[in-house]
Design a protein around this ligand. Structure first.
Ligand code: TXA
Ligand code: MG
Length: 344
């Protein structure tokens, strides 16, 4: 059903909540990316999310709460070390996968007996969740397969005419989606790296990286959603890593130009002079990974706006927040990953 999409502000949250009560989807900001929210306990409303995003129905959703008390209706009692993670990182960019209660419609979890939950750290998100007074199921508010939206404008690009309203809370802070940790089995497994890092989690609980996250190949994707093409702009992304990455990117710039392909290099401030006459998509300084994460999806979308056909993305160390950034770059690149060897 086509909609005349309205941009709302925090002052119009009542209107956003009205749409939720009517079983509709509304986009809202969180500290990670914009979410496409609907009443998590209403099957028909959740079905709208899948239809609007064109999301495969075997990819489960995260349910957002404004306080821990709301969780008791959704997931079964959790052990002490899960409580420690909740207390340490919520509100914040951490999603915990826990055994679900029966009252959560199976459409939310794509038939799994576990549910992903989180409390976002964003004043507008929390105000919206409080006013809605129901748990809100929300994937990122992009069309399936596109980069996640970090501004209301990005949501508009993908979903205009498909949803009644977008709550504009300005650019999101983190820019990459939450860390997803499966706490339904031991040791806990990181299914998707994000703002809360492995290093931080390990100080409080025994967690391991699912092999699909650490970059080693795996037949079973960590989270159901990870098997799909993800985070991809229209341009082809080629991720180049290893000690000879810059030389390899320079070589490829020449090669692609010779074939008249429009190419851009996704890199850091420190390295931009390595590519003097290339189109640069700058993530910021390698010393400021918060900024790099916040810029990542915006840069992928900018490449499309510039009409780039190929993005040569320079790899970075997969540590701390770098793990989440590399994970998204790998997903965007799909099979196009070049690992250079030898000395610099
Ligand atoms: O930061 C975020 O997490 C954002 C904001 C809006 O909260 N949301 C988000 O949702 O990124 P989405 O749907 O784009 O990604 C959810 C991920 C998917 O990879 C999905 O497969 C996984 O979480 N997931 C959800 N429920 C799960 C479950 N029960 N078991 C394993 N993985 C699950
Ligand atoms: Mg998503």
């Amino acid at each position: 059903m086509p909609h005349k999409t309205k941009i709302l502000t925090v002052a119009d949250l009542d209107e956003a909540v009205d749409w939720i009560r009517q079983g509709e989807c509304v986009a809202f900001p969180t500290e990670t990316v914009y979410g496409l929210g609907a009443d998590a306990l209403r099957e028909s409303a959740v079905a709208r999310i899948f239809a609007v995003k064109q999301r495969p129905c075997d990819n489960p959703l995260i349910v957002h709460c404004h306080c821990q008390a709301q969780l008791h209706d959704l997931v079964r009692n959790w052990p002490r070390d899960v409580q420690i993670l909740m207390d340490a990182f919520w509100p914040g960019p951490l999603t915990l996968v826990l055994p679900k209660r029966r009252r959560v419609p199976t459409i939310v979890t794509a038939g799994l007996d576990t549910l992903a939950v989180r409390i976002p750290d964003h004043a507008v998100a929390l105000a919206f969740l409080r006013a809605a007074a129901v748990p809100i199921a929300a994937p990122s508010a992009n069309l399936s397969g596109r980069p996640s939206p970090t501004t209301a404008e990005h949501v508009w690009q993908d979903l205009v005419g498909r949803i009644p309203a977008i709550v504009d809370g300005g650019p999101t802070g983190w820019g990459v989606e939450s860390t997803v940790v499966d706490c339904s089995r031991r040791p806990f497994r990181i299914l998707r790296p994000g703002g809360v890092t492995v290093e931080q989690l390990r100080k409080l609980a025994p967690v391991i990286l699912h092999e699909g996250v650490s970059g080693t190949t795996s037949d079973s994707p960590p989270a159901p959603g990870m098997k799909y093409a993800h985070y991809a702009p229209a341009a082809q992304v080629i991720l180049v890593t290893g000690p000879q990455a810059q030389r390899e990117i320079q070589r490829r710039i020449g090669e692609l130009r010779a074939c008249k392909r429009r190419v851009a290099v996704l890199t850091f401030t420190e390295f931009r002079e390595c590519y003097p006459d290339a189109e640069i998509l700058e993530l910021g300084s390698l010393d400021n990974l918060r900024q790099a994460a916040a810029n990542l999806y915006n840069m992928l979308r900018r490449a499309d706006a510039l009409g780039c056909e190929v993005i040569l993305a320079e790899g970075l160390p997969a540590e701390n927040l770098g793990l989440a950034i590399m994970n998204r770059l790998r997903k965007a690149a799909g099979a196009n990953i070049v690992i250079t060897r030898g000395g610099p």
